[in-house]
Design a protein around this ligand. Structure first.
Ligand SMILES: Nc1ncnc2c1ncn2[C@@H]1O[C@H](COP(=O)(O)OP(=O)(O)OP(=O)(O)O)[C@@H](O)[C@H]1O
Ligand SMILES: [Mg+2]
Length: 423
C-alpha cells in the first residue's frame, strides 16, 4: 500500500504526469494515473478506494486543474483518508486559490520550468520520506470505558521499553485522561498556561493559539531521554477546553483551520516517531473525525461484555462515513481487553469465550481480532497516584513490579499492532 502513488491531473498536464509516474516507477513505486476507470460519476467509491489505498497522492496543480471537480474530489478523498499529498505546481497559482488555502503552499513543488530531472527527483524524495515515516494509530471505540486510554499508555510503553520504539501521544479527548495518567496537576496547569496543549494547536487565532513554529516543541517528554538522544516517549497534552470542538458552536472556518493545523502537528510528530498514538473520546464528534482522518491504523479495545459488537459496528459505520469508503480489515485491530477477570467469578457463563466467538464470527471484525489479548490486571485498573513523577513513564504498568504476565501480554499486543500498522 505505501509504495504506490496516485497521480491526480487534468489532460493539460498529462505529459508531466507520465514523466512523474515513470520516475516513481524507476524508483520502485507503482503509479496509478487518474483516468476514466476512476473518474466515473456514478462510481465515486472506486475513486475514493484508489486514493485511500495509495501511499501518497501527487496532485498536478494549475489554475485549470483547480477548476476540475475531480481534482477537488481526489484531494478531499486524500484528506479524509489521511494520505500524504504532494502538490506539484505546473503553472502560477493565485495565493487565494482553494488549494493554497487548504494546504501549506510553501511545500508545493515547482514544476513550472518543465519536468527537469532534479524536480522529478524531489518528488520521489518527498514520496519516500512520507512513506518512511512513523505510523499514526488511533485508539477508538464509540463505546466508552473499554480501555482506550489505559491501553494507549501501557501497550505503547511496552513498545518503547521492550522494543525501543519512539512514541508520540496526542490526547484528543476533552476528558484528557491520558494527560492525567502521565502528568501531575501542577505540570498540567503549567503547560496549559503556556498554550502548549492540543487546544492551542486547534485554535488558529486568539490568545490561546499556539504559533505554528512551536508545533514541533510542545510535546512533553515522558522519560528522561534528552530530545534527539535515544528513542523519545512524549505527549501532546489535552485539556478540558477541547470540548468546544465537540459542539456545533464552532464555525466551519474554525474547524477547517483546526483540521489543517492538526494535520501539521501529526506530520511533525511522525517525522520523529515510529508511532503517533491518538487517544480519543468515546463518541463521534469533530474530534473523532480528526483521529479517523489522520490514522493509518485503528485499534479498538473491547471488553468481554455484552453489546461489545454494537460499539464496533458503530465505529465501522462512523469510519466509513468519514472516509467515504468501506474500511479494510487490515487497517483495523480489535484488542480484547480484561480477559481472565477473577473478580467476576460469580457470573455465569464464559464472558471471554462468548465475546471472542461473537467477534470472530462477525463478518468484518473476525479477521481484525488479534490473538494477543490483555488480561485483567489490578495494575491496569488503578490510576497512577497524583504524586509528582519526574519520569512519568515510571507510572505505567510496564514499569511496575509484579504482573509479569500483564507486561508480557502488553509487549506482545504492541508488537502485533505495529506489525499490522505496517509499513
Ligand atoms: N486490562 C484491564 N484490567 C483492569 N482494569 C482495566 C483494564 N483495562 C482498563 N481497565 C480499567 O477500566 C477503566 C476504563 O479504562 P479506560 O479509561 O482506559 O477506558 P476508555 O476506553 O479510555 O474510557 P473512555 O471511553 O471514558 O475514554 C479504567 O478504570 C481502567 O483502569
Ligand atoms: Mg479514555
Amino acid at each position: 500500500m505505501t509504495n504506490s502513488a496516485y497521480l491526480a491531473f487534468e489532460p493539460d498536464d498529462a505529459d508531466a504526469a507520465r514523466a512523474i509516474a515513470a520516475e516513481l516507477e524507476q524508483h520502485g513505486w507503482s503509479a496509478v494515473l487518474a483516468g476514466p476507470e476512476y473518474r466515473v460519476q456514478d462510481k465515486l467509491g472506486a475513486l475514493v478506494q484508489a486514493v485511500g489505498q495509495s501511499g501518497v497522492v501527487v496532485v498536478l496543480a494549475s489554475p485549470i486543474a483547480l477548476e476540475s471537480t475531480w481534482i477537488r474530489r481526489e484531494v478531499a478523498a486524500a484528506l479524509n483518508n489521511g494520505r500524504t499529498l504532494v502538490i506539484v505546481q505546473t503553472a502560477d497559482l493565485a495565493p487565494d486559490s482553494w488549494i493554497s488555502q487548504t494546504l501549506d503552499a510553501a511545500s508545493f513543488i515547482d514544476l513550472r520550468g518543465g519536468a527537469r530531472s532534479e524536480v522529478l527527483a524531489k518528488i520521489v524524495e518527498r514520496a519516500r520520506t512520507a512513506s518512511a515515516r512513523g505510523r499514526v494509530i488511533a485508539m477508538l471505540n464509540i463505546k466508552g470505558g473499554v480501555g482506550k486510554t489505559v491501553l494507549a499508555a501501557n501497550v505503547f510503553a511496552a513498545a518503547h521499553l521492550a522494543d525501543k520504539r519512539s512514541v508520540s501521544f496526542i490526547d484528543l479527548d476533552p476528558q484528557h485522561n491520558l494527560t492525567q495518567y502521565f502528568l501531575s496537576p501542577g505540570e498540567r496547569n503549567r503547560i496549559r498556561d503556556r498554550n502548549h496543549t492540543l487546544y492551542g494547536i486547534l485554535n488558529a487565532r486568539g490568545d490561546h493559539s499556539t504559533p505554528r513554529g512551536d508545533f514541533g516543541a510542545i510535546s512533553i517528554p515522558l522519560n528522561r531521554t534528552k530530545r534527539g538522544k535515544g528513542p523519545n516517549f512524549e505527549l501532546v497534552a489535552g485539556d478540558e477546553r477541547l470540548f468546544e470542538f465537540t459542539l456545533d458552536t464552532r464555525a466551519d472556518r474554525d474547524k477547517a483551520e483546526a483540521f489543517t493545523r492538526f494535520r501539521a502537528l501529526v506530520s511533525a510528530l511522525r517525522e520523529r516517531s515510529d508511532a503517533v498514538i491518538i487517544d480519543s473520546n468515546p463518541c463521534a464528534t469533530f474530534l473523532t473525525r480528526l483521529a479517523i482522518t489522520t490514522a493509518d491504523h485503528i485499534v479498538a479495545p473491547v471488553r468481554p461484555e455484552k453489546y461489545s459488537l454494537t460499539g464496533l459496528n458503530m465505529l465501522e459505520h462512523v469510519v466509513r462515513e468519514v472516509r467515504g469508503r468501506p474500511l479494510r480489515s487490515e487497517e483495523f485491530s480489535v484488542l480484547l481487553n480484561g480477559v481472565n477477570d477473577r473478580t467476576r467469578s460469580g457470573e455465569t457463563g464464559d464472558a471471554d469465550g462468548l465475546t471472542r466467538a461473537e467477534i470472530q464470527n462477525a463478518p468484518f471484525f473476525g479477521s481484525a481480532l488479534l490473538s494477543e489479548e490483555v488480561p485483567y490486571s489490578a495494575v491496569l485498573r488503578s490510576t497512577p497516584t497524583e504524586r509528582f513523577a519526574a519520569n512519568p513513564i515510571n507510572v505505567t504498568a510496564m514499569m511496575r513490579v509484579g504482573g509479569r504476565p500483564a507486561k508480557e501480554a502488553l509487549a506482545r499486543a504492541a508488537a502485533a499492532i505495529l506489525r499490522r500498522a505496517g509499513p
